[in-house]
Design a binder for this molecule. Structure first.
Ligand code: 5AD
Ligand code: FES
Length: 356
């Protein structure tokens, strides 16, 4: 117990732990420590971002994907997935609808769909940015070359989400086919940072074969990469995947890790993910109380929502974006926080750019 106290204090004071200390913290998870971590983590989030919660409008513009990740419902091997693509006009229209609802960040997410060439993506990014100059554009479209990333950045994209999925190459190989590698994934993340994107990494909690040592290595990788954003959420099985019969990641472990991440990287933008809201009706609220400061409601046209199913039973697939916005506003104000119409840049990144 003295060990745990020492580790907790060190985490709060120094935002850093050794691998052994992280493993000890993970092995000794209990409700009392969980509460204490959440209290400290939410205080750190409030110190940097107040009671403000940033919203990102997520446009899932294609569910075609060339990859066959074992956990993912839109893997190319899933012949039951009904595929769709949004046109440039549909994407831009969706972004404008989001803008009117108060979104100042638009996230363009999709599978690795080669239909959208770099030129097309550049055109889409420029169109959204031109129409809404005060809006940030975030991309989440997988692994690309340095040159492609650079072209997107030069076109005006501000941020890029690419979860590293697991920092351990052996574990990575159990979740992905052999044409994909942890090394390349990490290289992409370093490239994105070098180019100047606000970069997001992250992993699934409770993915098949994941050990506490893997999680410790994920946290150490994140600390080293120092991304502006981190996305973690529970693994949830999808019926048409290799992992259909695996069990979902746990709520408490996810919340515990969210708090640890907030304490390790105090200014990071950290969403309470849809997956967290899917495994528990109050998941997103609990996430905020554990130190998260972002929510990412769905802006995709309702007609395609159900088709972007990475996992089973995803929430909010029947609601209009306006309904989700109202629902989230209520949920968030009920716990003493407030959604803001703001780009919501990472504060450390912003200060660095402004030379502060
Ligand atoms: N359960 C939870 N998260 C998933 N993702 C993909 N499939 C699943 C699943 N079955 C996550 C991955 C990916 C992100 C877009 O969604 O971490 O990077
Ligand atoms: Fe979508 Fe509540 S956030 S219905």
């Amino acid at each position: 117990m003295t060990d745990i106290r020492y580790i907790l204090n060190k985490l709060c004071d120094e935002s850093d732990l050794t691998r052994e200390e992280i493993i000890t913290l993970l092995e000794n998870r209990d409700p009392e420590i969980q509460t204490e971590l959440a209290k400290n983590a939410s205080a750190v989030a409030r110190k940097h971002y107040g009671n403000k919660i940033f919203v990102r409008g997520l446009i899932e513009f294609t569910n075609y994907c060339r990859n066959d990740c074992y956990y993912c419902g839109i893997r190319c091997g899933n012949k039951n997935a009904e595929r769709y693509r949004l046109s440039k006009d549909e994407i831009v229209e969706c972004a404008s609808y989001g803008y009117d609802l108060g979104f100042r960040t638009i996230v363009l997410q999709g599978g690795e769909d080669m239909f959208y060439t770099d030129d097309m993506m550049v055109d889409i990014i420029k169109s959204v940015k031109k129409e809404h100059t005060d809006c940030a554009v975030t991309l989440s479209i997988g692994e690309k070359s340095y040159e492609s990333y650079k072209a997107f950045f030069d076109a005006g994209a501000d941020r890029y989400l690419l979860r590293h999925e697991t920092a351990d190459p052996g574990h990575y190989a159990k979740l992905h086919p052999s044409n994909l590698s942890s090394e390349n994934r990490k290289q992409c993340l370093y490239n994105l940072k070098k180019i100047g994107f606000q970069t997001g990494a992250g992993f699934m909690v409770g993915s098949p074969y994941q050990t506490l040592e893997n999680i410790a290595d994920d946290l150490l990788f994140l600390k080293k990469l120092d991304p502006e954003m981190i996305g973690i959420g529970p693994f949830i099985p999808h019926k048409d995947t290799v992992f259909a019969d695996e069990k979902a990641g746990g709520l408490d472990l996810t919340l515990y890790l969210l708090s640890i991440i907030r304490l390790m990287l105090p200014t990071v933008l950290l969403p309470a993910t849809t997956a967290l809201g899917t495994i528990d009706p109050r998941g997103r609220e609990l996430g905020i109380l554990a130190g998260t400061n972002v929510v990412m409601p769905n802006l995709s046209p309702v007609g395609v929502r159900k088709k972007y199913a990475l996992y089973d039973n995803k929430i909010c697939t029947g609601e209009e974006a306006a309904e989700c916005m109202n629902c989230l506003k209520n949920r968030i104000s009920n716990i003493g926080y407030e959604i803001v119409a703001d780009r919501g840049d990472n504060i450390k990144y912003k200060n660095m750019k402004e030379g502060k």
